[in-house]
Write a protein of this length. Structure first.
Length: 271
């Protein structure tokens, strides 16, 4: 049985949620974050991405939740696992992790009708210095985007903060994918761009729920989707990184629903 959607749509078609909806989002986000904490110790050379996905699916189901991605537009896995130059939507399978691989693991849990969506970076074995710089810049760009979230600011302020930081470190922001609204649905308005002009776009209001999930490339921003219809890669085959949080706008800022309970959102320095 589907629960009736709460709140209302504002003039931009973005749902404004009442205070009680933060409870459901908090629980779903916490379970997702715990799942991403759980998988840390299993990411190592010699492990397949399919093995990681099986552990993720079991954890979600043991937590009384379901995976939002299994069955979504025909997708059959509980996670997306994107390695090195794969930007997003990498499909788990027989791929074996090698020493030095960096990977993004993206998980969305549905708990009591609420969607918790998050992704973060992991490292198999020894981390190369250039990839460490990439991961650090991507994490910082996300956190600067989140710092721009408060009522009265705009979605353009979020994108501008991310773009400014990434490009100041001689990296590029992927334009082909963006963050999105969520709550009692997987994807909804608004589209949250990770680039743009400060002061542009819809105005942020208390009660909005959405993801911020910048994809930052060492090379150019161009991507292409492979023949499987899912896997997006950098055209120049240079490495890429992504971090994602689900957040809710509060009266004076925002709440991050998907904070790591173990303080291990960043793979090498916590946070």
């Amino acid at each position: 049985m589907h629960r009736a959607k709460t709140g209302f749509l504002n003039k931009d078609g973005i749902r404004i949620h009442p205070a009680e909806d933060f409870v459901g989002m908090r629980a779903a986000g916490h379970l997702t974050a715990r799942c991403l904490d759980m998988i840390i110790e299993h990411v190592k050379p010699g492990v397949t991405t399919g093995e990681l996905d099986a552990r993720i699916q079991a954890f979600i189901e043991d937590g009384g939740a379901t995976s939002a991605t299994i069955g979504y537009r025909g997708y059959q896995h509980a996670s997306c696992i994107s390695i090195n130059h794969v930007v997003c939507h990498g499909i788990p399978g027989d791929k074996v992790l090698k020493n030095g691989d960096i990977l993004n693991i993206d998980v969305t849990c549905i708990l009591d009708g609420w969607f918790g969506d998050s992704s973060r970076m992991y490292v198999a074995g020894k981390l190369a210095r250039r990839d460490e710089r990439l991961i650090d810049a991507t994490h910082e760009s996300l956190m600067l985007g989140i710092a721009a979230v408060k009522p009265g600011n705009t979605f353009g302020d979020i994108g501008a903060a991310i773009q400014r930081y990434a490009e100041s470190h001689h990296m590029s922001v992927v334009r082909d994918f963006c963050g999105h609204g969520l709550g009692q649905v997987f994807h909804a308005a608004p589209n949250v761009l990770h680039y743009g002009r400060a002061g542009s776009g819809a105005v942020l209001e208390e009660g909005m729920f959405f993801t911020i999930e910048p994809m930052i490339n060492l090379g150019k921003p161009s991507t292409k989707v492979l023949a499987d219809g899912w896997t997006a890669v950098t055209k120049d085959k240079k490495n890429t990184a992504q971090f994602e949080h689900s957040i809710g706008v509060t009266d004076d800022g925002c709440e991050i629903f998907t904070l790591s309970p173990a303080g291990k959102f960043h793979p090498t320095r916590g946070a």
